[in-house]
Design a protein around this ligand. Structure first.
Ligand code: HAM
Length: 428
């Protein structure tokens, strides 16, 4: 029995090793390609920021920022936070560097939240996302949603729905929140235990509460969609028309209140039908009209989405999706019992020619090296022993040949790259 190691990955985090990591690689590569096709460029920002980037002291502080952040003081006495999400950091970078607008940036980043860990909810998760800053054109809302949708489609997901809502803006939301507050005050005693105590902190959150008492009370109350100002109503209508135009089906959900205080107008969430409702969101996002200004920038609007890699892959598995996200694997594995410079140069030249090549180390026996070749999943083994060295050749063995007969042949050193490529491409 192997002894328990003294250290494990911290609670709520996980290690991802091959072959699971092949799917990660495939998903990130697929997403990068799609983001590129939609006109986005990659942005990389630090994993930690001044805590003020997330807790801005204005208005209601988001649940995630208030209760779940990893905050620490560094040796220079700065109060820093590990990023709980991508948006605020990207907006901070926008304000710092003022790139030309509209600025369209994509990212893949770890995010840290001190949550109660469970399946699909981690203390470190990985977000694929985008932000578009500098335009409030509803067409952009549609494109951001379409990119998220295209990503899930490419990952092979089918059993999910898109929910959309409008959070209104500075002109119409305050009056609505007051109306909602009056309704909740009148029905306070009927709310769930948590919200009976806390609804005043942010009445909007009660709309998002899944417990029956809150659902019943709010069902009879006012809904923001019925109280939007004309501009927000027109924006929402344009987003819905735009989604229709590109054939993306959206359900309007007037209860969709997402967990960040910065949202205005469009908010959306993609929910999976194969996950438990507590964390069924595979992605979500929305527009934020005040955030750039709050972080010291010009009064411009932004919109984006974030999606959890772990959730996408979990849903993929549950749906039994087979879309090819899989990493292509090794092309050849070198079994070498000579150890001269010729074989070293051959490995280097195959890699230069674009082939994925691995080899055994430590001068092990042919048997042990052949076992390693089988385990590696490579398409071919390249055997190099004294006979091959004398002939200036390798023995190329097809590791997926149905029988030993005809599975291997001698190939002169100068023709190995072509022969491996032909085998990988389905030839013989
Ligand atoms: P969010 O909804 O908090 O939004 O997170 C986006 C996605 O990240 C979720 O839909 C989910 O797939 C994944 N996720 C969140 N928390 C966890 C967790 N603890 N474990 C595993 N996966 C998780 C945002 O973060 C916004 N920044 C999105 C955005 C971009 N809004 C505008 N621009």
């Amino acid at each position: 029995m192997t002894p328990t190691p003294p250290f494990q990955a911290p609670t709520g985090t996980r290690d991802v090793l091959a072959p699971e990591s092949y799917e990660w690689e495939g998903l990130v590569a697929t997403y990068a390609e799609l983001a590129y096709r939609y006109g986005f460029s990659l942005v990389i920002t630090p994993i930690f920021e001044d805590v003020g980037v997330f807790v801005r002291g204005l208005g209601e502080v988001s649940e995630v920022f208030r209760n779940e952040m990893y905050v620490f003081t560094d040796r220079g006495d700065r109060t820093l936070a590990l990023r709980p999400e991508g948006t605020a950091s990207v907006v901070r970078a926008f304000v710092q560097h003022h790139p030309t607008t509209p600025w369209k940036a994509w990212y893949v980043t770890p995010a840290f939240r001190y949550e109660r860990p469970q399946a699909g909810r981690y203390r470190q998760h990985t977000q694929l996302g985008v932000e578009v800053i500098g335009t409030d054109d509803p067409l952009v809302d549609v494109e951001v949603i379409a990119l998220a949708h295209a990503t899930f489609q490419a990952a092979g997901l089918r059993r999910y729905r898109l929910l959309v809502n409008s959070m209104g803006d500075r002109a119409c939301r305050p009056a609505y929140v007051e109306r909602l507050g009056a309704h909740l005050a009148a029905h306070e005693a009927e709310l769930c235990d948590e919200h009976r105590e806390r609804w005043r902190q942010n009445p909007l959150r009660v709309l998002d509460c899944k417990r029956e008492p809150c659902v019943l009370v709010t069902a009879e109350g006012p809904m923001l969609l019925d109280h939007l100002c004309p501009e927000c109503r027109a924006h929402f209508a344009a987003v819905r028309e735009g989604l229709d135009a590109v054939g993306i089906v959206a359900e309007v959900n007037p209860r969709l209140v997402r967990g960040f205080d910065y949202y205005t107008r469009t908010t959306f969430e993609f929910v999976s039908d194969v996950l438990e409702s507590a964390q069924n969101a595979i992605g979500g996002g929305g527009r934020y009209d005040g955030l750039v200004e709050e972080l010291g920038g010009p009064p411009v609007s932004g919109i984006g989405f974030g999606s959890g890699v772990e959730r996408i892959l979990m849903v993929r598995e549950r749906e039994g999706a087979t879309a090819p996200l899989v990493h292509r694997g090794l092309d050849a594995f070198v079994v070498d019992t000579v150890g001269d410079a010729v074989i070293q140069r051959l490995v280097a030249s195959l890699r230069e020619a674009g082939l994925a090549v691995d080899r055994a180390y430590g001068a092990r026996s042919v048997r042990a090296q052949m076992k390693a070749a089988d385990r590696s999943g490579a398409r071919a083994a390249l055997l190099y022993g004294p006979a091959e060295a004398a002939a200036g050749a390798v023995t190329l063995r097809d590791l997926r040949a149905p029988s030993d007969e005809g599975a291997q042949r001698r190939v002169p050193l100068g023709e190995v790259a072509g022969a491996v490529r032909a085998l990988v491409n389905g030839g013989r």
